[in-house]
Ligand binder design. Structure first.
Ligand code: AMP
Ligand code: MN
Ligand code: MN
Ligand code: MN
Length: 277
């Protein structure tokens, strides 16, 4: 049986409701699914009932974005307690910072004569963690871009003059907050990151590497899988599904899947972590 350990829903920048992602996962033959929305665990509650009804295992998950000195690192947290009060408090603060960052981006755009209301972005997010795709949707709606990818290209990419980085957490903070909520911290899509950068995360408590991801070539995936084996880390994989008409419509649910043993590996890592609590 196959599992998909990296997906997004309307709790962050995906286009499908959590329960709908569960239905699709069942339809494409997955036995387990992790919803890993950006900086929130809200999708879990919205998906549990449907997962139980359809007999698909729902793995509590999250993706936390960090902006470290040398660039962005994303962390996946698996088997966390979604309602953990400490975790929820940290995430609420991070989402506040995302709102402040959105305001900063809108103000830079306004200075250039591109006027988008904050209310339009909030409408696009509809209670979700505010991410750049929501700003992109508001830009499209206001007629400043033809599509979400076009809005990214014109205004929102890291190279754009309007780009403002997230304040967010450091890598150590993200890893610690996942562990304190009972979860297993895994580095998302390391791509072509130098190996030393990943090795530096091991003393911080990293337990896994997302070796399989739509942005990874076979060669890149094999390289991270080998490193994971060498260091006793769990090599995970997932599709980073964002739904239809999303920022990455070509990344299909289950297109990158992992064998069910990976979930057993995550459970062993979790037992290991709690033993030292
Ligand atoms: P944020 O966390 O607010 O910076 O938003 C990042 C999200 O935007 C990512 O999770 C992706 O889903 C999406 N994204 C990042 N870069 C691009 C891009 N160049 N084109 C379209 N979507 C992107
Ligand atoms: Mn995203
Ligand atoms: Mn990511
Ligand atoms: Mn993701």
């Amino acid at each position: 049986m196959a599992i998909d350990l990296h997906t997004h829903s309307t709790a962050s920048d995906g286009t499908l409701a959590p329960a709908e992602v569960v239905r699709q996962a069942k339809a494409c033959g997955l036995s387990a699914l992790a919803l890993t929305d950006h900086d929130t665990t809200d999708s879990f509650a919205g998906a549990t009932e449907e997962a139980a009804r359809l007999g698909i295992e729902l793995v509590p998950g999250i993706e936390i974005n960090t902006d470290a000195g040398q660039g962005e690192l994303h962390f996946l947290g698996y088997l966390i307690r979604p309602a953990d009060p400490g975790l929820r408090a940290v995430l609420a603060r991070v989402r506040e910072q995302r709102l402040a960052r959105t305001r900063a981006i809108l103000s830079r755009l306004r200075e250039a004569g591109i006027s988008v209301e904050e209310a339009a972005v909030l409408r696009a997010a509809n209670g979700a963690t505010i991410c750049r795709p929501h700003i992109a949707r508001a830009l499209v709606e206001a007629g400043y871009a033809e599509s979400v990818p076009d809005a990214f290209q014109r205004y929102l990419s890291r190279r754009s003059p309007f780009y403002v980085p997230r304040a967010g957490l450091t890598a150590q903070e993200a890893i610690s907050v996942i562990c304190r909520a009972g979860g297993v911290p895994v580095l998302s899509h390391p791509g072509r990151l130098p190996e030393e950068a990943v090795l530096a995360l091991l003393p911080m408590g990293l337990r896994g590497i997302e070796a399989y991801h739509p942005e990874h070539s076979d060669e890149v995936a094999a390289r991270w899988h080998a490193l994971a084996e060498r260091k006793g880390l769990v090599a995970t994989g997932g599709s980073d599904y964002h739904g239809p008409r999303s920022v990455h419509p070509e990344w299909g649910l289950g297109a990158v899947r992992a064998p069910a043993e990976v979930l057993a590996g995550l459970r062993r890592a979790q037992e290991d972590l709690t033993r030292f609590e």
